[in-house]
Design a protein around this ligand. Structure first.
Ligand code: ADP
Length: 614
């Protein structure tokens, strides 16, 4: 009846992955079953969702997942009567690696060792291929709900697969594993044995919302884990459920059971991952929470339940009073969803606060992985959550490797009325910036920021518990004791005027500095101007902006500056003045960003000075 099977090559990344999968001695091979059951459960969820939103897809029978083990044939099959796949969907979903993540995946694969493989596999949503850990041939027969024809997919994991037409009575999918010979000594159990399969299902998939059956026996309890009292659920059950909802094989960093009472009731089970998902900054990132209504799955990736700066949070929300028939458009405006979302935000931020206070090491891990995303919340309009997020911010400082702003404030010196910070292009350049010199000399601590997002929220002149945060790289700084005297001002006025003329194309002002102790010069941003990095980022986003000139500050205490003053007093036209002006300007740039605005100008001035000195 059908044409001969069509042969397709796997995408290169899949080949690599399969190779690792087949040869890796991953100790916990049982998890392949969790992955297949999870896929089957997702497919049943999707079918239910389509039925709710699109109406009839024909009778599909009671949703269930059926397992069948055959000892003689050494096969194990996992069947569902879920959404199924069309031929195109099979090629897209099973022949390639998940959607947007291919590039990230290839990168991670190249960097990883055999030990990282499990985490890698889970994170990139390639769970299906884990079946090759226990099988040497895989067969998948599937029929998309609403379509009449079925498709057969087969592979021995050697870099290619075949596709052909097939028949299937009902919509849904059957995956058949042709099992490798059992080898219990090497962690390969006999998966053709019912007695081996049952406990694996219980362990990994107990909470799955559909019956998982073998012969006529239902193996899982189907208890919604989020509805159970906290004390009733074991750590391991929480972990397994996390893996099910997140497709992440790592353990979660924090589990947050939530019970919302009052006008609207909801139970939720949220997780903070221990590793940043690879597609965190990808617009197509899989994000949002699963939404249930009284234990009935309504939708995946419901984005309205959690704001963008908490997009790393995974989990489920079961809202008791929503209509089952709710659409994504309605959800956006739904009052109940807004109330729930507010509560969830509160819970998540509360849990993070707890970690920060009680488990600094774990919090440090969270901060390294996900801190920059959380900081996006500082640019939101929600004042309440902004204040909370600000409390959670960690930063390096001139005195500590990492500190919260609250701890910084508790160390502030008598008479210090602002929180000082410096934001720059890298950890290293901010830590070594000449702008810090006077602060260090006076014993003032300065917070150091270098994530791109920092420019955005710090730009908005935030206050922390009523204390203003002040950039030490911007505007005037008055540090009291080092203040410039009128005397100095008069002494250097002519030199400053000369430098201003020499650098008129480059800077808007040359003035004496109160920030410097040992360096001769630095660049600062005028009070209301955009920082250079901010400007670059805006330009990358497609905005055309006029060039912002900076301010060059020079140190009146520096011998070089004193020498220049003397040269100028002797001859206003001495060429050294122009050369030094350009070198000072270039140096200030180097200290700030490690780059020069005009390489030719700098080297020319340097060569001239060297010629003079040799
Ligand atoms: P993940 O489930 O993490 O997306 P998998 O490699 O396990 O990754 O599966 C890839 C895709 O194949 C799934 O996203 C889904 O679209 C499809 N798929 C897998 N199993 C089934 C199934 N039983 N029914 C329908 N679609 C499936």
């Amino acid at each position: 009846m059908t044409a001969s099977p069509e042969r397709h090559e796997f995408q290169a990344e899949v080949k690599q992955l399969l190779d690792l999968m087949i040869h890796s001695l991953y100790s916990d091979r049982d998890v392949f079953l969790r992955e297949l059951i999870s896929n089957a459960s997702d497919a049943l969820d999707k079918l239910r969702f389509e039925q709710l939103t699109k109406g009839e897809l024909g009778a599909t029978g009671e949703p269930a997942i059926q397992l069948e083990a055959n000892r003689e044939a050494r096969t194990l099959s996992v069947s569902d009567n879920g959404i199924g796949m069309s031929r195109e969907e099979v090629i897209r979903n099973i022949g390639t690696i998940a959607r947007s993540g291919t590039k990230e995946f290839t990168g991670a694969l190249a960097r990883s060792t055999a030990k990282d493989i499990p985490a890698l596999i889970g994170q990139f949503g390639v769970g299906f291929y884990s079946a090759f850990m226990v099988a040497d041939r895989l067969e998948l027969v599937t029929r998309r709900a609403g379509e009449a024809t079925a498709t057969r997919w087969e592979s021995v994991g050697d870099g290619a697969y075949t596709i052909s037409d097939a028949e299937r009575d009902q919509p849904g999918t059957t995956v058949t594993l042709h099992l490798k010979p059992a080898d219990p000594e090497h962690g390969l159990a006999d998966y053709a044995d019912d007695a081996v399969i049952a406990p694996i299902v219980k362990r990994y998939s107990d909470f799955v919302g559909y019956p998982v059956r073998m012969k006529d026996k239902t193996l899982n309890s189907m208890k919604a884990i989020w509805d159970r009292a906290k004390g009733e659920v074991s750590e391991d059950e929480y972990k397994q459920f996390y893996r099910h909802v997140s497709h992440d094989w790592n353990d979660p960093l924090k589990t947050i059971p939530v019970k919302i009472e009052g006008t609207y009731e909801a139970n939720a089970l949220l997780y903070i991952p221990s590793k940043a998902p690879f597609d965190l900054y990808n617009a197509e990132m899989k994000r949002g929470l699963q939404l249930y209504v009284k234990r009935v799955f309504v939708m995946d990736e419901c984005r309205d339940l959690i704001p963008a700066h908490l997009r790393f949070v995974r989990g489920v929300v079961d809202a008791h009073d929503l209509s089952l028939n709710v659409s994504r458009e309605i959800l956006q405006k739904d009052r109940q969803i807004q109330v729930i979302r507010k509560q969830l935000v509160k819970k998540v931020l509360g849990a993070l606060e707890e970690l920060q206070r009680d488990a600094p090491d774990q919090y440090a891990q969270f901060w390294t992985e996900l801190g920059p995303v959380l900081k996006e919340g500082l640019a939101t309009h929600d004042a309440e959550s902004k204040d909370k997020v600000l409390e959670l911010v960690m930063a390096a400082s001139t005195k500590h490797e990492r500190t919260s702003i609250g701890d910084y404030v508790s160390r502030m010196k008598e008479g210090q009325d602002a929180i000082y910070y410096l934001v720059g292009t890298s950890k290293d350049t901010v830590a070594k910036s000449p702008l810090l010199e006077a602060f260090v000399a006076k014993g003032y601590e300065v917070l150091l920021f270098s994530d791109p997002i920092d420019e955005f929220w710090l730009e908005r002149a935030p206050a922390f518990r009523d204390k203003p945060m002040k950039s030490i790289g911007r505007g005037d700084i008055d540090l009291g004791a080092t203040a410039t005297t009128d005397d100095e001002r008069a002494r250097f006025a002519d030199l400053l005027a000369c430098l201003r003329v020499e650098l008129q194309e480059e800077v808007k002002e040359v003035r004496l500095s109160q920030r410097l102790a040992t360096s001769a010069a630095c660049l600062v941003t005028d009070e209301h101007d955009m920082t250079p990095r901010m400007q670059r980022m805006m330009e990358q986003m497609g905005q055309a902006l006029p060039k912002v000139k900076r301010i060059l500050e020079i140190n009146p205490q520096h011998p070089l500056v004193e020498k220049l003053r003397a040269i100028f007093a002797e001859s206003h036209a001495d060429p050294r003045l122009g050369q030094c002006a350009r070198l000072l300007y270039g140096q200030a740039h180097l200290a700030e960003s490690g780059t020069l605005p005009d390489l030719t100008m700098f080297t020319q001035a340097l060569t001239d000075i060297m010629l003079r000195a040799t």
